[in-house]
Write a protein that binds this ligand. Structure first.
Ligand code: FES
Length: 161
């Protein structure tokens, strides 16, 4: 039996290893759900992860930026689209753990419908609240830092500075 870590790669490896040794009786989604639950993810976070909520890119975004977290090296690329100065759409791509994925989903849910100033005020605690907590709370920092980097770009484009 392999240990469960908070790293998505390890979860995937565990699933493959179980499948290879012929002991996989559960559907893949259910197995991931159980592993994430054991690792400390809430039902809401697991739902975001399994549904890949807002994972993807936006064609012709008004701003896009990539932020890499330290020391783990996880990355979020955030895409924002504005309509009448309101964030009408937000999507993200990521490389990293389930915490990064769920934080990206929570953040993109939170920014929609906000103007730039309101979006800037979104905090790590807001992301954690949206997820009903996370086993590794620093993943929420990564999402908020990606937001700030993207909003800075957006502000520069708007002001031309
Ligand atoms: Fe570093 Fe998730 S483990 S952002």
């Amino acid at each position: 039996m392999h240990t469960i870590t908070l790293n998505t790669m390890s979860i995937c490896t565990t699933i493959k290893l179980r499948a290879n040794c012929g002991r996989t009786l559960m559907p893949r989604k259910l197995m991931i759900k159980k592993l994430l639950f054991k690792a400390g993810y809430s039902e809401k976070a697991i739902k975001y992860y399994l549904n890949k909520t807002n994972v993807g890119s936006i064609e012709n975004p008004d701003a896009v930026a990539t932020y890499t977290g330290l020391p783990c090296g996880d990355k979020i690329t955030l895409y924002l689209k504005l309509e009448n100065e309101i964030i009408s759409n937000a999507k993200f791509e990521y490389i990293g753990c389930a915490g990064t994925a769920t934080s990206g989903s929570a953040l993109t849910m939170l920014v929609k419908g906000k103007n730039i100033d309101e979006a800037w005020k979104i905090t790590k605690d807001d992301v954690l609240r949206e997820l009903d907590g996370l086993p590794e709370s620093h993943c929420a920092d990564l999402a908020v830092n990606a937001l700030h980097k993207t909003l800075e770009k957006l502000k520069k484009q708007i002001t031309g500075m």
